[in-house]
Write a protein that binds this ligand. Structure first.
Ligand code: ZN
Length: 133
């Protein structure tokens, strides 16, 4: 199924890009903190970045990838990541569902960023065949 993974692709297109996550790891979208809540270009960076589930490091760019995961797998990845970082993992299933819903409509290979609660396409998918369409 389609999931969102960290990528370095299109890094640098925006002046305040950063990429500390591990290429290809699953990512989540954190709730912006007080610093960035009203400004995706704020000083913290969380208003425009995704967080790697394994590395717990942020990146401003993510890619839609087709991986052999079920939604239960994605939920478990999210749950264990949150638990490992000391967060309450009880909302993992709901959050995983939202993430999967976000990417369901996007073609595989699409590179996206995000601005607070909005996903923005940074580079449309190249000529990658999408079995879902
Ligand atoms: Zn922040």
């Amino acid at each position: 199924m389609k999931v969102l993974v960290a990528t370095a692709e299109t890094q640098g297109d925006r002046g305040n890009d950063f990429h500390f996550a591990v290429e290809g790891e699953l990512v989540r979208i954190d709730t912006p903190c007080a610093t960035d809540r009203r400004d995706p270009d704020g000083g913290c960076g969380c208003g425009r970045s995704f967080a790697g589930l394994n590395s717990a490091r942020p990146t401003t760019t993510a890619r839609v990838a087709d991986l052999p995961f079920s939604s239960a797998d994605v939920t478990e990845a999210l749950r264990s990541s949150l638990a490992q970082q000391g967060w309450d993992p009880s909302g993992a299933a709901g959050e995983a569902g939202c993430l999967l819903e976000l990417v369901a409509e996007l073609p595989i290979g699409t590179v996206v960023g995000h601005r607070l609660f909005e996903i923005v396409v940074r580079r449309p998918a190249l000529d990658v065949p999408d079995p879902a369409t």
